[in-house]
Design a protein around this ligand. Structure first.
Ligand code: GUN
Length: 282
């Protein structure tokens, strides 16, 4: 294997340890930061993510409050909960796990979260602040990706950065963070004419589309940094990223594993944002 493995699991543990010490001090000065985690229905992937987020809170010393609502929850009920959490002074951060069941309107729910408690940075106010380069909250997955890129020691400035995927959660904010670091950024999506031609230009390639092994070895420039945001369940029950790891690791200079790459970093950034939300409120 030619590529350096970007170990998100270890880096996330280091970040959590730093936060744990910070939270220890906050507790002595007053109270622990509080994070409300809302999950609607019983999607197994969402349940797994929420459990990992709660576990990270325990490590760091953040008090987590889980609100597990039944799949039949109405929009009014969910909005009433969000309103209650907005007003609750023990709660610094609110996270509504996505996707919501299809009868619920995600956009309205996100719009109703107090931007000061929006630790996912999904509210348009926070998205706007990211866009102008003045974020209060770094979007968790893209911020985690930036930390992993930093691990390589490679400067983003002036590099060709290609983001595959244009979701509001990853692709779009990712492109903004790379741009803020002076990368030359191209965003690819399902209508991109010749994906391989674009990805082969990348010094830094971020794949965030949700298609297992989409990025093959011949789509990657020799020596590129490859970050894989995908988490795709294969038929045999194992997980694969959006990158064909076995092929690409022979071409890239650095690559993230799946699992153990971006995933733990997303959660570490969520912990960081919760501490930030606490500080904003003080
Ligand atoms: N679903 C997939 N990723 C995320 C995330 O980062 N935050 C929330 N709230 N839901 C998600």
């Amino acid at each position: 294997m030619a590529a350096k493995l970007l170990d998100g699991k270890s880096l996330a543990a280091e970040i959590r340890e730093g936060l744990r010490l910070e939270v220890e001090e906050l507790k002595q000065a007053g109270r622990a930061p509080g994070l409300a985690v809302v999950i609607v229905g019983d999607d197994p992937a969402s349940r797994r993510y929420v459990n990992n987020k709660k576990k990270a809170c325990e490590h760091v010393g953040i008090t987590s409050y889980e609100y597990a609502l039944p799949g039949e929850t109405t929009q009014e009920e969910l909005l009433a909960l969000v309103d209650k959490l907005n007003k609750d002074t023990a709660i610094d951060g609110i996270l509504v796990q996505l996707p919501l069941p299809s009868h619920l309107d995600e956009k309205t729910v996100i719009y109703n979260i107090d931007p000061k408690k929006d630790v996912d940075a999904f509210h348009p106010f926070n998205v706007g602040k990211i866009m102008i380069g003045e974020p209060d909250f770094a979007p968790c997955t893209p911020a985690g990706v930036m930390e992993l890129i930093k691990l390589t020691g490679i400067e983003v400035s002036g590099k060709e950065c290609v983001v595959v995927g244009r979701s509001n959660i990853v692709g779009k904010p990712q492109s903004m963070l790379l741009l803020a670091e002076n990368g030359t950024v191209t965003v690819c999506h399902s209508k991109t004419k010749d994906l391989a031609e674009v990805t082969r230009r990348a010094d830094i390639l971020v794949a965030a589309v949700g298609k297992a092994k989409l990025i093959k070895g011949d789509m990657v420039k020799k020596g590129a940094v490859v970050i894989d945001v995908g988490m795709n369940r294969l038929e045999d029950g194992t997980w694969s990223g959006d990158v064909d790891f076995e092929e690409v690791k022979e071409v890239a200079s650095a690559i993230t594993p799946v699992p153990g790459g971006v995933g733990p970093m997303t959660i570490a950034m969520l912990m960081k944002n919760t501490v930030t939300a606490y500080r904003i409120k003080q």
